[in-house]
Design a protein around this ligand. Structure first.
Ligand code: SF4
Length: 332
C-alpha cells in the first residue's frame, strides 16, 4: 500500500515522481486484475432530453430533431455489435420522462439480455426501487456521473431540469448500492471545473466511502474530458493529468475499476492503458442508430475511432489482454 496521502498523490509533482508512482500503479493493477481490459460499447437508444446542460449536445436548448430507436432499429444495432464480438453493452439515453423511462428501460433490458451477457445503463437518476427493479431484471451496472463535485460550477452548467439538484445526485450511488446494483459507475467531466485535482479528490473519496460501506459492489470510475475546455491547452497536458488521476486512484483505492472512453485519442488511450485502466469502450457511436450509420443527433465526438480488431491488436502490443466477455450470469 502507498505511504502517500490522497493529497500527496494528487499534488503538483514532477515527471520523474509521477513515473515512479505510475510504475507502482501498473504493478498493483497487474496483481489485482491481471492484464485484463474489459471491452464494452455504448448503444444509444434515445436522444430526447428534457434537461438543459451547457456542455451537452442533447440539451433541450438544441433545437434539432430527436429520435428513439424502434424495435427493428434496435435489432439491427444488436446484430452489428454482436458481429464485432462485443458481449458487454451500455444502454445510453438522454433524460426524458416520456421518451425514456423505467418502462422503456425494462423492455430494452429484456431485449438486450437475450443477446449480451452484460448490460449496464447510463440514464437519468432513478429511485432506489427502480434500481432494484432493473437489477432484478438482470442489469449489471449503472453509470451516473456527478460531472462536477463543485456545487457552484454544478449550478452554473446545469441550467434547468431534473438533473439540476446537486445534492439529490450525490445520493444516487448510495441508492444504487442499497438496491444491490453490482457495478456502480462514478465519474467527473474533466474541464467543467477549473481545479481537476479537487474534482479527482472528491471522486476518489466517494469511491472509497462506497467501497468501505458496500464491499460487495464493484465501484468503477470514469474520467471523460471536455475536449474544448480551456483547462488543458493540449492533449499532452490532458494526458498527464489523466495519468496522475488514474495512478492516484489505483494507489489510493486499489480494488476499484477504472474505465477509459473513446473520447480520448488513440495515442492517449494507449499511453494510459497499462497504468490502472481495467475497462475501455471500443467502436463507440454516440447517437441512436449510430452503429448502423444512421445520421441522428450525437451526444459528443469520438476521438479513438479504431475498430474492435485494431484496438485489440493495440492492447496486445502493450501486453494487455482484451476481454470481450468477462461476466456470465449463473443459474439462480
Ligand atoms: S448531460 Fe444528460 S441530462 Fe444533460 S443534456 Fe445531456 S443527456 Fe440531457
Amino acid at each position: 500500500m502507498p505511504s502517500q496521502s490522497l493529497d500527496e498523490l494528487l499534488a503538483n509533482i514532477d515527471d520523474s515522481k509521477l513515473l515512479k508512482l505510475a510504475e507502482q500503479a501498473r504493478r498493483l493493477t497487474r496483481q489485482r486484475f491481471g492484464a485484463n481490459i474489459e471491452l464494452y460499447t455504448p448503444i444509444y437508444l434515445s436522444n430526447y432530453c428534457a434537461n438543459r446542460c451547457s456542455y451537452c449536445s442533447f440539451s433541450a436548448d438544441n433545437l434539432v430533431a430527436r429520435t428513439k430507436l424502434s424495435d427493428e432499429q434496435l435489432a439491427r444495432e444488436i446484430a452489428l455489435i454482436k458481429a464485432r464480438g462485443i458481449d458487454h453493452v451500455l444502454i445510453v439515453t438522454g433524460e426524458h420522462p416520456k421518451q425514456a423511462n423505467i418502462s422503456h428501460f425494462l423492455r430494452w433490458l429484456g431485449q438486450l439480455k437475450q443477446h449480451f451477457n452484460s448490460v449496464s445503463i447510463e440514464c437519468q437518476q432513478l429511485s432506489l426501487a427502480q434500481y432494484q427493479q432493473l437489477t432484478q431484471a438482470g442489469l449489471d451496472g449503472v453509470y451516473l456521473y456527478q460531472e462536477t463535485y463543485n456545487e457552484q460550477t454544478y449550478r452554473r452548467v446545469h441550467l434547468s431540469g431534473f438533473k439540476k439538484d446537486y445534492h439529490r445526485r450525490l445520493q444516487a450511488p448510495f441508492d444504487m448500492a442499497n438496491a444491490g446494483v453490482r457495478r456502480i459507475g462514478l465519474g467527473i467531466l474533466l474541464g467543467l471545473h477549473d481545479n481537476w485535482r479537487s474534482e479527482a479528490k472528491h471522486l476518489l473519496t466517494t469511491a472509497r466511502q462506497l467501497r468501505q460501506r458496500y464491499p460487495n459492489s464493484d465501484i468503477s470510475i470514469s474520467l471523460p474530458r471536455l475536449r474544448d475546455s480551456h483547462l488543458f491547452a493540449t492533449d499532452h497536458a490532458a494526458a498527464k493529468a489523466l495519468l496522475q488521476i488514474i495512478v492516484a486512484a489505483r494507489l489510493y483505492e486499489p480494488s476499484i475499476s477504472i474505465a477509459l472512453s473513446t473520447r480520448e485519442p488513440a495515442w492517449v488511450r494507449d499511453l494510459l492503458m497499462p497504468y490502472g485502466v481495467t475497462s475501455a469502450s471500443v467502436a463507440s457511436k454516440t447517437a441512436p442508430g449510430g452503429h448502423q450509420n444512421e445520421l441522428t443527433l450525437a451526444q459528443f465526438a469520438i476521438s479513438d475511432e479504431r475498430s474492435v480488431d485494431e484496438f485489440c491488436q493495440a492492447l496486445r502490443a502493450l501486453y494487455l489482454m482484451p476481454v470481450q466477455k468477462n461476466w456470465h450470469h449463473g443459474i439462480n
